[in-house]
Design a protein around this ligand. Structure first.
Ligand SMILES: [Zn+2]
Length: 299
């Protein structure tokens, strides 16, 4: 496992939801999946920026790749894999699991796994629901994951303050669901008895950064790793601003310029690894060296 320079004892999990700007939930009506092929893409630009940043700081991360992206840009998945990062699935069409039927979810999940396996030669161990919209307990969704060979899910946001989902009663710590699939919940910070989202994306851009860092320090001091996520389009430039929904526009465009400098500051101060590294013993996953062909090596 590779980590950043700080000597802090807790290793936090750094994750990337690999999708393009047009996969956004709030754009479904304006840019439906049938029009995705015609859109200018920034996923390669943004992912390569993230890969470079991670290489600079010697950090291994977990990339939850959208099946559609793996189909359109298989070489991008291969680049992620060749750098030694862990690969999970973000579904195929960026549909929220609970917005459709169990059968639709199962088909979408399996299609994404098959596509990612063809692109990378490896089966994803983890799943991240689009928009992190998997309200716990959602037993049928976890059953579908188990049947598809998924070892862990990292989608449940244990707070009601998340924009599109949230499970205020869900545990904050990782837990084993009745299906045998582990849940690694997204991070929250408790302030005045209320749980606030802390896992990145919009919250990394919107919260005062000094407060954000203090809350991560507090979580780590309590022995809790934080899970951070970013999207490639947050580190890319020039994607079309088609979003009209006011919340969607805020979430997609607010303070994008701050992301790289904030990530650099977080990489300097805290230790980071892939989910598979941070929770290796719990998940009983193989070491990075065992996951990769010997000739490719880890970044
Ligand atoms: Zn997503």
């Amino acid at each position: 496992m590779t980590v950043s320079r700080s000597a802090a004892p807790i290793v936090n999990a750094f994750t990337v939801d690999v999708e393009d700007w047009y996969c956004n939930h709030f754009l479904e009506g304006r840019v439906p999946p049938s029009a995705w092929d015609r859109q200018p893409s920034v996923v390669r630009q943004g992912t390569e920026a993230i890969l470079s940043l991670l290489a600079e700081y010697g950090i291994r991360a977990t990339f939850f790749v959208l099946g559609y992206v793996a189909d359109r840009f298989p070489e991008l998945c291969q680049a992620i894999r060749a750098r030694g990062h862990a690969i999970g699935t973000h579904g195929y069409w960026h549909h929220r699991p609970l917005a459709g039927t169990p059968d639709q979810f199962q088909r979408d999940l399996r299609e994404s796994i098959g596509t990612i396996a063809r692109a990378t030669g490896t089966l994803p161990l983890g799943y991240r629901a689009p928009v992190a919209a998997l309200d716990w307990p959602a037993t049928w969704a976890f059953q579908a994951m188990r049947d598809a060979g998924i070892v862990y899910d990292s989608s449940v946001y244990p707070t009601r303050l998340f924009v599109l989902a949230g499970s205020a009663d869900a545990p904050r710590a990782p837990f084993l669901t009745a299906t045998g699939v582990w849940e690694i919940p997204l991070s929250v910070a408790e302030v005045c008895g209320r749980r606030f989202p802390l896992s990145g994306g919009f919250y990394l851009r919107a919260l005062p950064f000094g407060l954000y860092r203090r809350l991560i320090r507090r979580e780590n001091a309590a022995g809790r790793p934080v899970i951070l996520y970013v999207h490639p389009w947050e580190l890319a430039h020039g994607f079309p601003r088609l979003m009209r929904h006011p919340i969607g526009r805020l979430v997609q465009t607010w303070n994008l310029r701050s992301v790289e400098s904030k990530l650099r500051a977080l990489f300097e101060e805290f230790r980071w690894g892939a989910i598979e590294d941070v929770y290796r013993q719990v998940l009983a996953v193989p070491s990075p060296a065992a996951e990769l062909p010997a000739s490719r090596g880890a970044a």
